[in-house]
Design a protein around this ligand. Structure first.
Ligand SMILES: Nc1ncnc2c1ncn2[C@@H]1O[C@H](COP(=O)(O)OP(=O)(O)OP(=O)(O)O)[C@@H](O)[C@H]1O
Length: 312
């Protein structure tokens, strides 16, 4: 896959503080790249530097193989940007707003009409096309904001935390829409601090912390960095302490604890941990009410690499 965006040794300082610290990465043709990091990790600053909205202290940025500058209008024509803050006209309806933003790029009326209809369908705003922004809920407004940013069919799309404080229905609609844009050929950069979203949405993920890349790869590649392989929780009222000792001595067990009728085991490795455990429990005459197994999340990866939680 060729690189649509190439960022090399990007550094951005605000006074003494490095908001972005020597970042190098690429966004590949046709992928959804997730930039994941806690608040203040440098996601928005990175995007704003890529878009030439901010001057940076050092580094270079190429988009579509050409150097990105504030007056690179040919490159900008093929970029769509959706910021966190909704930026639409209160005086215009849903349809008119999309028409306005699309009209900045697409002059042909018939072509624009089709683009607007495609955008309305993508974000599911058909029944609201005559509504004014103040008549829309927060989630619908975000959907309008996205429609305005992508109606001109850009090849490269940046979405900066588009689902913050959005209701679940609009969130699902937005995530489905982004997948569809990718499937239709767009390259997408998606920033968020919601790890669940990047896990289900992104082809590749870059984890940022304090302006630096701390890990990158697919969700599975990143999870392989977590120390644990699986966490199994069992509810049982008839536990036998000697069984705990046996578990703790097993070579693939990282930790085994029993408290409040719950046995929690974290495994370092192993493929059929739950099946083997059920067999062993049954052989030891221990009955259990509930068993559930969890795989490591990106939060575990973040915890492993930084010693702190990614969650808010
Ligand atoms: N205009 C500014 N002046 C000074 N410091 C700034 C400015 N903008 C951002 N910063 C600092 O730079 C760092 C990175 O901020 P940035 O907004 O890029 O992070 P973020 O990961 O996008 O966070 P969020 O998820 O909250 O949007 C933070 O420490 C922030 O306080």
């Amino acid at each position: 896959m060729s690189a649509v965006v190439e960022v090399k040794n990007l550094t951005k300082e605000y006074k003494q503080k490095k908001a972005v610290d020597d970042l190098s990465f690429e966004i590949r043709q046709g992928e959804i790249l997730g930039l994941l990091g806690p608040n203040g990790s440098g996601k928005s600053t990175t995007i704003n530097c890529i878009l030439s909205l901010l001057k940076y202290s050092a580094g270079s940025i190429k988009i579509f193989g050409e150097e990105m500058t504030p007056d690179a209008y040919k490159i900008k024509r093929d970029i769509g940007v959706i910021f966190q803050e909704v930026a639409v006209f209160e005086e215009l309806t849903v349809y008119e707003n999309i028409d306005y933003f699309c009209g900045l790029y697409v002059k042909d009326k018939q072509e624009r009409k089709k683009d607007i209809e495609d955008a309305i369908a993508l974000v599911g705003l058909d029944e609201f096309r005559k509504y004014y922004p103040k008549q829309l809920s927060g989630g619908l407004l975000r959907r309008l904001n996205i429609a305005c940013g992508i109606a001109h069919k850009p090849k490269l799309i940046f979405l900066d935390e588009p689902t913050v404080a959005v209701d679940p229905q609009s969130r699902n609609n937005i995530l489905d829409g982004i997948r569809k844009l990718r499937d239709d050929g767009a390259t997408i950069c998606y920033t968020t601090h919601y790890m669940e979203e990047v896990e289900i949405l992104c082809d590749r993920i870059i984890i940022l912390d304090r302006g630096k890349i701390i890990a990158q790869g697919t969700s599975d590649e990143l999870k392989a960095l977590a120390k644990i392989e699986e966490k199994v929780t069992i509810e049982t009222k008839h536990f036998k302490p000697e069984f705990l000792e046996k578990l703790q001595a097993a070579p693939n067990v990282d930790k085994a604890e029993y408290a409040g009728h719950q046995l929690v085991i974290t495994y370092k490795s192993g493929k059929n941990n739950v099946a083997k455990l059920i067999e062993e429990l049954s052989a030891a005459g221990i009955t259990c009410n509930k068993i559930f197994s969890e795989r490591p999340t990106l939060n575990d990866v973040f915890l492993e690499l930084t010693g702190k939680e990614l969650r808010d």
